[in-house]
Design a protein around this ligand. Structure first.
Ligand SMILES: Cc1cc2nc3c(=O)[nH]c(=O)nc-3n(C[C@H](O)[C@H](O)[C@H](O)COP(=O)(O)OP(=O)(O)OC[C@H]3O[C@@H](n4cnc5c(N)ncnc54)[C@H](O)[C@@H]3O)c2cc1C
Length: 383
């Protein structure tokens, strides 16, 4: 049972929070406005061990746990949820190679991913296959020592800038068992990108389509055997969902801290707005909901570390709770700022916009309910 952080975890959190406050927070609003992807700053985060948080240390990873990662991504996100979330996706890709890749593949890709000299993108979603990801159609046809890829991935974070694309492709029959995972390197002929999407939030990282046209990729780039790509993709998402939940909690904690400070300065009806009990109760509820979500996320992270049979279900539950709670708390923090909360300079509306997409990606929160419901109904039926 984990109810408090160890001394080491507190030190890691303080390091990540200090980095977020000094290196991310002062620029977050400008990066959002200018749609700037802060690669140099992410490399600084990697130099502190955040490029390969739960990657083994023989290839430059930090060898930490999922619980440590949840603590780190929450702390990073207090500075900028968008940058923290991209680093979390990068970590997810690196972990897929670390966990399922052959040793040569690990040695080839992971040192540069852990230092973030190279960036990674996770390529599952397609224009016609989002929630129903197992319906993906991007083909990889074997031709000697190469696969020839044709198809399109949609909404890919980091696309166009990333060096390493971890792509789920169809090598066999319809459904999940016909899917394999292949690493495609930037610069491979036949790999191209769509325009950077115009988005509500997450503006400090690019989102583009990734297009494969007669794109020849060595068979040696396949991660694991043919047919286990969907399993690899879903295993990556268990941890990814914890991380994105942690990013929601961190973003919301940042918004709550701003609201607390603002409520003690702002005056109305002759007193500080923090003196109104209705507002105090709102703050109390925000802090309570956030703490409940955080505690539950840590529980799911501990389950994933221990590889318990219900870990995937707990990760789905925690993602749903953490991202819904994070969005609601951030939105209430905006309300406490009144009209000023709606202005970009206060940095609150940006957090609300950034956290909104966490309810959609890495599996929508409806898909999280499907995962939980399947396990409940399955169990009730004795399946
Ligand atoms: C900014 C951004 C970045 C992203 N980054 C990545 C990335 O890096 N890599 C990647 O692979 N993908 C990425 N995605 C894609 C994201 O994971 C998908 O958008 C998401 O999985 C939903 O798929 P969809 O958009 O096709 O929606 P759909 O699957 O079409 O769903 C539409 C609506 O129907 C609901 N729905 C669908 N099926 C059911 C059901 N059975 N029961 C109840 N409701 C259902 C959904 O919950 C949703 O509300 C990103 C998306 C965005 C917006």
């Amino acid at each position: 049972m984990v109810f408090s952080l160890t001394e080491d975890q507190i030190a890691i959190r303080d390091m990540a929070q200090g980095f977020a406050a000094e290196t991310l927070a002062p620029h977050a609003v400008r990066w959002d406005e200018e749609k700037h992807f802060p690669i140099e700053e992410m490399r600084q985060a990697a130099a502190l061990g955040m490029g390969g948080v739960y990657i083994r240390d023989d290839v430059g990873g930090s060898g930490l746990s999922r619980l440590d990662a949840a603590v780190i991504f929450e702390a990073l996100s207090t500075g900028c949820p968008t940058v923290a979330a991209y680093i979390s996706i990068h970590n997810m890709c690196a972990w897929m190679i670390d966990r399922y890749g052959a040793d040569e593949q690990r040695q080839k890709y992971l040192p540069k991913l852990c230092s973030m000299e190279h960036l990674a993108s996770y390529c599952l979603t397609e224009p016609g296959a989002g929630s129903d990801a197992a319906a993906l159609k991007t083909k990889a046809v074997l031709d000697g020592d190469y696969y020839v890829l044709d198809g399109q991935k949609q909404f890919i974070s980091g696309a166009g800038v990333s060096d390493v694309y971890v792509v789920m492709v169809r090598t066999g029959e319809a459904g999940p068992s016909g899917i394999s995972t292949i690493v495609v390197e930037k610069g491979t002929p036949g790999l191209s990108f769509g325009a950077n999407e115009k988005k509500m939030g997450w503006n400090a990282q690019p989102t583009r389509a990734v297009i494969f046209e007669n794109c020849r990729v060595p068979v040696a780039n396949r991660i694991g055997p043919e047919g286990i790509g969907f399993k690899i993709a879903m295993a990556g998402l268990d941890g990814g969902r914890l991380n994105i939940g942690a990013c929601s909690i961190g973003g919301a904690q940042g918004a709550l801290d701003k609201a607390l400070a603002y409520a003690q300065e702002r005056k109305a009806f002759g007193s500080r707005i923090a003196d109104f009990q209705a507002l105090q109760f709102k703050l109390a509820d925000m802090a309570t909901e956030l703490e409940a979500a955080r505690t539950f996320l840590w529980r799911a992270a501990a389950a994933l570390d221990e590889k318990t049979p219900d870990a995937s279900k707990l990760c789905a539950m925690a993602k749903r709770v953490a991202t819904d709670t994070g969005f609601e708390v951030a939105n209430q923090a905006l309300q406490i700022h009144g009209g000023y909360g709606y202005l970009a300079d206060y940095g609150i509306e940006k957090i609300v916009r950034d956290l909104r997409v966490h309810q959609i990606l890495e599996g929508t929160n409806e898909v999280m309910r499907m995962i939980v419901a399947r396990s409940l109904v399955g169990r009730a039926k004795g399946n």
